[in-house]
Design a protein around this ligand. Sequence first.
Ligand code: A3P
Length: 275
Amino acid sequence: RKGNATKEQIRLHNLVQQLPRAIIIGVRKGGTRALLEMLNLHPAVVKASQEIHFFDNDQNYARGIDWYREKMPFSFPYQITIEKSPAYFITEEVPERIFKMNSSIKLLIIVREPTTRAVSDYTQVLEGKERKNKTYHKFEKLAIDGNTCEVNTKYKAVRTSIYTKHLERWLKYFPVEQFHIVDGDRLITDPLPELQLVERFLNLPSRISQYNLYFNATRGFYCLRFNIVFNKCLAGSKGRIHPEVDQSVVTKLQKFFHPFNQKFYQITGRTFNWP
Ligand code: A3P
């Protein structure tokens, strides 16, 4: 298995810990884990298994770049290391910090239809509350301002889905060519074409094939086949059942996101069939 090298293997093969040459910066609940795990099917890609939170967490960032490098897996020099920390996308300080590390780094953003993403975000927080036996508001209450009946732009799950607003902050540091947008909805239903676009963006030969991905009807998702003996599906926390949301609230959110989506398509050159 990749990632767990012994001291002997490190010495024998000149394995090194490399800073990432590509980072999945977000979006939270866009399918960031699935994207990282699927890219790891490629023989020239190694992944940092955990979210490192180096650039968004001031304490971690203060530990310095060597601390960050030591969090990376051992790899062959020809391989590229990828990490994902979805908080990077929405955190103010991150673009400048990443730019200072490597101004030519490749940045991956996986997005989903914004209202669905917001509900997914809510569902994850709800689950955390329920685990601690706490009650939580309904989605409708959080997403809509009770006084004005307008969309509550202070609610984090709403703000995170205003993709263009965040992207525009990043564009003060990086040219648009350095970003690649992944369609998170298509990664669920038909992952291979999305992965092939990423291979191309990373200048990697096309190595991920239909063989590496099989649909698991029980899970309702694609799972990963690394080789004849090793395959895996993502953890059960990926693919939660979302609560039913009042249709009028869904429509209100979709209308709210619409102009921001148009801007996002215009900037990125990638258009989605979002309502
Ligand atoms: P839901 O829980 O809303 O279904 P992230 O890893 O960024 O938190 O994203 C989680 C989302 O990844 C899940 O959202 C799920 O729909 C999506 N996903 C995409 N491909 C998947 C796969 N092959 N297996 C499980 N979840 C997948």
